[in-house]
Design a protein around this ligand. Structure first.
Ligand code: NDP
Length: 307
């Protein structure tokens, strides 16, 4: 039986890994399809304390991993197929059938980008429709592109894309942004970014090539339709927590986030950290902070079990 199994290798999972490894708990970390988590899809991280010049997201995660490995954290590739939290100890079942019983589990599976769910969007994912500017921005040099969304992610993506695109159209469904003031200012002042307010994307058009060629836009105030020629659509409208395997095993809120009290879930010995339990802050530093909290809680729980 394991002492601690950590699900996820984002900022929360890796911080929990470092703390539990330093506490000599010999943690096992299950690494899924996106090693390093969401930070590996951002470019420059300017707001992680300790890096006054900023740091590349992938580099920051590589450093966190090294730090966890230095203290003996073990990593294993795997997708969580299901869990059994009704038994003691709780069990993790991977998609290859491996069952891992563990005294404690720290869920740090993060969140995934949402899409618009308009019919033409799905078939064009990877053919001009994407949710990751850092991953795909460089494919669209000297052509117009569009970003949809009004939060910090949309602003960040739009600014990043100005490095490549000839023009970045930022499409937002309201006439006011949700993003922070500083990001809104940078975006709206940027000479390459044009904001289209009170507008939604009705359809992604691919004319003949099976690649994005334009967007059909609808002004939500007037109902007017228009066509915007672009080579790519970057969707930046928020995230969905990765809690599929935990449904019915642990208390989730109405949109699927794990409900945790100082990282403690409703199941003894099972903790949640990072974006999977945080719909409101969603920062690398808050994820790392909650990973630390979960690790300390797990350590206390194990100590208590052994009297
Ligand atoms: P948010 O939830 O903050 O914003 C999502 C945006 O997408 C909103 O403007 C929303 O519109 C819009 N939207 C949602 N659904 C649709 C839809 N179906 N069609 C059209 N538009 C839609 O998500 P973010 O990912 O931007 O940010 C999440 C959190 O992460 C925030 O707390 C943010 O501050 C933080 N963050 C911080 C960064 C930083 O500090 N460097 C960088 C990136 C994110 P509406 O406003 O009308 O609801």
């Amino acid at each position: 039986m394991e002492n601690v199994v950590i699900l996820g290798t984002g900022a929360a999972g890796l911080t929990a890994a470092m703390y539990t490894a330093r506490a000599n708990l010999n943690p096992l970390i299950i690494e899924g399809l996106q090693p390093g988590g969401q930070l590996t899809t951002t470019s420059e991280v300017e707001n992680f304390p300790g890096f006054p010049e900023g740091i590349d997201g992938t580099e920051l995660m590589a450093k966190m991993r090294q730090q966890a490995e230095r203290f003996g954290a073990r990593f294993q590739y795997g997708q969580v197929a299901s869990v059994d939290f009704q038994t003691k100890p709780p069990k993790i079942i991977l998609d290859d059938g491996t069952t891992i019983p563990s005294q404690t589990v720290i869920i740090a599976t993060g969140a995934t980008a949402k899409y618009l769910n308009i019919p033409s969007e799905q078939k064009l994912i990877g053919r001009g429709v994407t949710s990751c500017a850092t991953c795909d921005g460089a494919f669209y040099k000297n052509v117009p592109v569009a970003v949809v969304g009004g939060g910090d992610t949309a602003m960040e993506e739009a600014i990043f894309l100005t490095r490549f695109a000839s023009k970045v159209h930022l499409i937002h469904r309201r006439d006011e942004f949700r993003a922070s003031k500083i990001m809104v200012e940078r975006t709206t002042k940027h000479p390459k970014i044009e904001v289209i307010y009170s507008t939604v994307v009705d359809e992604v058009l691919d004319v003949s090539k099976n690649e994005v060629s334009a967007l059909r836009l609808k002004n939500v105030k007037t109902g007017a339709l228009s066509t915007l020629p672009v080579a790519a659509l970057f969707v930046a409208i928020g995230h969905q927590p990765n809690t599929g395997p935990f449904k019915g095993q642990i208390v989730l809120n109405e949109v699927g986030y794990i409900i945790a009290d100082n990282t403690k879930t409703n199941v003894e010995g099972v903790y949640a950290a990072g974006d999977v339990q945080d719909p409101s802050y969603r920062q690398a530093i808050t994820a790392a902070g909650s990973g630390c909290m979960a690790a300390l809680e797990a350590e206390r729980y194990i100590q208590h079990q052994h009297g």
